[in-house]
Design a protein around this ligand. Structure first.
Ligand SMILES: [Zn+2]
Length: 71
């Protein structure tokens, strides 16, 4: 089963969704998104790689936030 990472249209958080599914529900805000209308960050991900990619995206956002804070 392959997954992709899509951005929630409401809160902008990255969400994992199965490839082929037309909609996904955001794990952060619970809103339902149409996959075809959402920004795709990654595609063709193996399910075992999904947690690592999500963690990487979160840490990238966190470090970006931290660097603007220290300035
Ligand atoms: Zn959301």
């Amino acid at each position: 089963m392959l997954y992709r990472i899509l951005l929630c249209r409401k809160c902008g958080q990255p969400c994992a969704s199965q490839e082929g599914s037309k909609t996904f529900t955001c794990a952060y805000c619970g809103s339902r998104n149409e996959a075809s209308r959402s920004v795709r960050i990654f595609e063709h991900l193996d399910s075992k790689d999904v947690p690592a990619v999500l963690a990487k995206l979160k840490s990238a956002r966190a470090s970006k936030h931290a660097s603007t804070k220290t300035d």
